[in-house]
Design a binder for this molecule. Structure first.
Ligand SMILES: *Cc1c(COP(=O)(O)O)cnc(C)c1O
Length: 464
């Protein structure tokens, strides 16, 4: 198994190099050269496996022999052990043909743990074997930072520096980062906005001498291994609900398109998935795309579901690659047009092909509150605003009553207690492992919005 860039120029790489490289050198994203395929009998045989065993089966073909199976199984086993539910990703029935898959039982209560818990272990494994170290630098507006810190804490071969905008993340989100006191974790509160933080990270990466000196690396959502880890829960849901002999659909609250793209990959590997409903909040670039065939950037407005407040869905490029017949030059031209003009229109055939599989649906804040309240009244289930968008979108766009619709619940309600309480009157409590979060000591350094100051800081911390 080897990996090619969506823009066609970067070197073809094996799994371990794709893992450490992240973004391809031509600006593209890595995807498998071909999709591994499971025949119906092989899928039938997956029913009843533990999440752990299923995960090894589904992911092994992607490694292409770069990590021995028993060592990989050990990493997967540790990853699953970090989740607070024995089923790892439990399915709950909401109604007839109406299902919810809870992806929020990881250490930081968001679905990002599914990918990052494995990614941290994979990084450490590969780096230890090579005798190398990296410094991971990232910016966060909330969920990604804590998931990345939990994934990298105490790992011998990694230093991690996470920037957040000072005073602009929620108390729960900040404390999930700053109460991790491991010596290899460095939290920085920047005097500025999330965009300032992102620009600082870009500035560090753009300084090639510094980048090489510090061996900078990233774990953002364009890393292929994150997609790979997310494919597993689509297999878990599908086999539990009767695949390969029964079709099903998924409704996915979407920002960067990473989660729903993993579902697309699972379908390419043989699952009988009929449709994907891509849920968005008022930042609805994807919904508008599926309606019109044109991808047009807009300004970002803050919503109840901040992890989906995005302007551009970076992982969409991976789908685009397939939609235009895996033609890297076409992807490059379309992406250049998009960056240059803020808009691109797909060839008519490519857009039509996407519509055979994907529906978009927009859920604004008012509709989000309404579905949180309705679902609580109907079933007692408390949904966070992101998960609520998935459920609302799935119900609105369910075209085939014979195929179960599985909405993915991407965050625990206690991560967004104010919105949940406003909609239901019930304040969701933190799970036991975080119950004392507000009593724990914090460690965080405040820095001005200045790339040179940040570079000195990183150098000093990594040296120490
Ligand atoms: C990151 C995130 C999303 C969006 O997922 P993508 O893979 O970026 O589409 C949705 N919900 C929550 C809670 C998240 O943290």
């Amino acid at each position: 198994m080897r990996y090619v860039s969506t823009r066609g120029h970067a070197p073809v790489l094996a799994f371990d190099d794709v893992l450490l490289t992240g973004l391809a050198r031509d600006g593209g994203l890595y995807v498998p050269e071909t999709w591994p395929h499971f025949e119906p009998d092989a899928i039938r045989a997956m029913a009843g496996l533990s999440y752990e065993d299923l995960a090894v089966k589904v992911m092994l073909p992607f490694l292409g022999g770069t990590i021995p199976e028993d060592e990989f199984a050990e990493l997967v086993s540790e990853t699953c052990g970090a989740f607070g539910h024995e089923a790892v990703a439990p399915l709950r029935q909401l109604g007839r043909g109406d299902w919810l898959m809870e992806l929020f039982h990881g250490p930081t209560l968001a679905f990002k743990d599914h990918a990052l818990q494995l990614l941290g272990r994979l990084f450490d494994h590969v780096l230890c074997q090579r005798g190398e170290r990296v410094t991971i630098v990232g910016a966060t507006s909330g969920d990604t930072g804590s998931a990345a810190i939990e994934a990298c804490r105490d790992r011998a071969s990694i230093d991690i520096v996470i920037l957040h905008p000072k005073g602009r993340v929620s108390d729960v989100q900040r404390r999930q980062m700053t109460t991790v006191l491991s010596p290899n974790v460095h939290n920085v509160a920047i005097e500025g906005t999330f965009d300032d933080c992102q620009d600082l990270v870009k500035a560090l990466f753009a300084d090639l001498a510094f980048r090489d000196e510090m061996r900078l690396s990233a774990v953002n959502s364009i890393n292929w291994a994150r997609i790979m880890a997310q494919i597993v829960y689509y297999f878990a849901a599908a086999t539990a609900l009767g695949a390969p002999d029964r079709k099903l659909s998924f409704a996915v609250p979407t920002g960067n398109f990473g989660n729903v793209y993993a579902g697309y990959a699972a379908r390419a590997m043989g699952l009988p998935i009929e449709r994907f409903v891509v849920g968005s909040n008022s930042n609805d670039i994807l919904t508008r795309f599926f309606e019109s065939g044109a991808m047009t950037m807009g300004g970002v407005v803050p919503t109840l579901s901040p992890s989906m407040d995005i302007q551009v869905s970076s992982n969409f490029e991976r789908l685009l690659f397939d939609l235009v017949g895996r033609d890297g030059a076409k992807v490059e031209a379309l992406m250049a047009e998009f960056r240059g003009t803020g808009a691109m229109r797909l060839p008519e055939g490519a857009w039509r092909r996407s519509r055979e599989l994907f529906d978009g649906f927009r859920v604004d804040d008012e509709a989000t509150r309404l579905i949180i309240r309705t679902l609580h009244e109907e079933t007692g289930e408390l949904l966070d605003p992101h998960s609520a968008i998935g459920v609302a979108a799935g119900r609105a766009m369910n075209r085939d009553p014979m195929a179960p619709m599985v909405a993915l619940a991407t965050a625990h309600p206690a991560k967004f207690p104010a919105a949940v309480e406003a909609a239901t009157g019930v304040r969701p409590g933190l799970p036991r492992h975080l119950a004392d979060l507000f009593e724990r000591p914090e460690r965080c350094d405040a820095l001005p919005n200045d790339a040179a100051v940040l570079a000195d800081y990183v150098r000093a911390k990594v040296a120490g």
